[in-house]
Design a protein around this ligand. Sequence first.
Ligand SMILES: [Zn+2]
Length: 170
Amino acid sequence: MNNAKDSLSEIDLQHLAHCLSLAEEAVNAGDKPFGSLLVNQKNEVIASARNRVNELNNLAHPEIELAHWAAKNLSAEERNKTVMYTSGEHCPMCAAAHGWVGLGGIVYLSSAKQLKEWMLEMKVPAAPIQFYPIQDIIPNIQVKGPASGKLLEGIKALHKKYYDLQADLG
Ligand SMILES: [Zn+2]
């Protein structure tokens, strides 16, 4: 079995809980539950974002928004030392953005593989693109995740809530 969750520190779990609360904010605004943070070497949150597809357009994922923010606001050296925490493993678009701007590691709450399984379980349409493990897109990136227990249950419950709300509207 995968023991990646064992490497998540208390601080990692706190940042992931913050991502979960951003994901909840997204769902409450009618968006899919995704939220992400940039954290510097001192473990300070320097930027945060949530899904805004509903509000902007289909490309408004938090990870690419943070990659743009980092390109504009941080030096290459700073970006390299900045870790992205995220409620869900990056999609290929966001992974590419993360790699192109040279951000540091990634810590995710749930993996793309888990999300795919949950979507099948919830009988909702699959994403229009294929997902890959982030290491397939950014070679040698430092990756931690997924989390387990309450945090993982929490993000799964938010995905279910999103689709339940959609069904009510539909
Ligand atoms: Zn994305």
